[in-house]
Structures are given as C-alpha cells and as structure tokens.
Design a protein around this ligand. Structure first.
Ligand SMILES: [Zn+2]
Length: 55
C-alpha cells in the first residue's frame, strides 16, 4: 500500500537498499534531485521528503 509513494527516507528505514539493491538504484539513479533534509540523491523529486533540483 502506497509503496511507490514512499520517499527514499522511508525506503531506507525499511532497508530496501539491503533487501533489493536494484530497486533502490532505480530510485536514486540517475539523480535529478537531492533531499535538503537528509542529503540523499533521487531520480524523481517525489522520492525525497524535501527535494531540491540538481542543476
Ligand atoms: Zn529526506
């Protein structure tokens, strides 16, 4: 439920990067935004809690 709406912060809490690295990589690569809260990079703005576009 709502798995695709989850931010990277939520996915990392659930250890997606450990359980399914390929799925995690799809969320972060190629990075177009980063999170101004936690510093994570993401392929989509909606995947981080406080997105800032990378230019
Ligand atoms: Zn964040």
């Amino acid at each position: 439920m709502g798995e695709d709406k989850k931010t990277l912060c939520g996915h990392v809490e659930d250890e997606l990067h450990v359980k399914d690295p390929q799925a995690y990589i799809k969320l972060i690569h190629p990075a177009t935004h980063f999170c101004q809260n936690c510093g994570r990079g993401a392929a989509k703005a909606e995947n981080v809690c406080n997105p800032k576009e990378i230019k």
